[in-house]
Design a protein around this ligand. Structure first.
Ligand code: TYD
Length: 211
């Protein structure tokens, strides 16, 4: 299958290693969008749906499956997340800004460590591109330090794995640059508010802010 090159307008995605601050930035963006009264839907992958729950069981180590099975589970969760009745497409079509903590770039970076890249790429080929992708760039060892205080460690949260994912992310960003999607690599070690300001500066250039 050929990659879907459609760009979903007003769809914004945050990517980065575990501990890079994607969840924090999504929260900060959500608050700013609320303040200015822009209609928004803030979401995340894996989702809170049934497939997302199953994925979390695998990530916690409670359930085990083949790496390729997990790649398909992420694909199934994403299908519902994007094309479902209450999904990303429906929300952007309703005139909202949709911001997601992770999208298929996570699958390309994380799953391709244990599963052949082409298989992961094929699973994710049907999904449209976001209008903006923010990658929070934080060295793997800094992320490891940040997440060392968290209670529940997930299967991918080891320094060697995150180091490999970091390398993969660069390749993935490279591959998806120049296809109409805006990609911003932000220094995720900067002050959180300063990063939020950079993000806001780009988001407010979306046409929806001029209407
Ligand atoms: P995340 O929500 O960032 O973690 P947490 O709930 O601990 O804050 O993401 C869960 C993990 O799933 C994270 O290690 C990244 C991984 N992941 C993939 O491997 N593939 C994917 O397609 C997605 C969306 C996430």
């Amino acid at each position: 299958m050929i990659r879907n090159t459609e760009i979903l307008k007003n769809f914004v995605v945050f990517e980065g290693l575990d501990g890079s601050g994607t969840t924090t930035q999504l929260d900060l963006l959500k608050r700013r969008l609320e303040t200015v009264g822009i209609p928004r839907w803030c979401t995340r992958e894996p989702t809170r749906g049934v497939v997302g729950q199953l994925i979390r069981d695998v990530l916690s180590g409670g359930v085990s499956c083949e790496p390729a099975t997990l790649a398909y589970l992420f694909g199934a969760d994403r299908w519902e997340h994007v094309f479902g009745a209450d999904g990303v497409r429906a929300h952007v079509e309703a005139g909202e800004v949709v911001a997601s903590d992770r999208y298929f770039f996570s699958s390309l970076a994380y799953q391709s460590i244990d599963v052949e890249y082409d298989i992961v790429d094929q699973i994710n080929a049907p999904f449209p591109l976001p209008e903006i992708l923010f990658f929070l760039d934080v060295p793997a060892d800094v992320c490891a330090e940040r997440i060392s205080t968290r209670r529940n460690v997930e299967i991918f949260e080891t320094l060697p794995y995150q180091t490999a994912v970091d390398r993969r992310y660069r390749e993935v960003l490279q591959r998806h640059t120049g296809h109409g999607m805006q990609v911003f690599v932000l220094d995720g070690t900067e002050d959180q508010q300063k990063i939020a300001d950079h993000i806001w500066n780009e988001i407010t250039k979306l046409p929806i802010f001029r209407t």
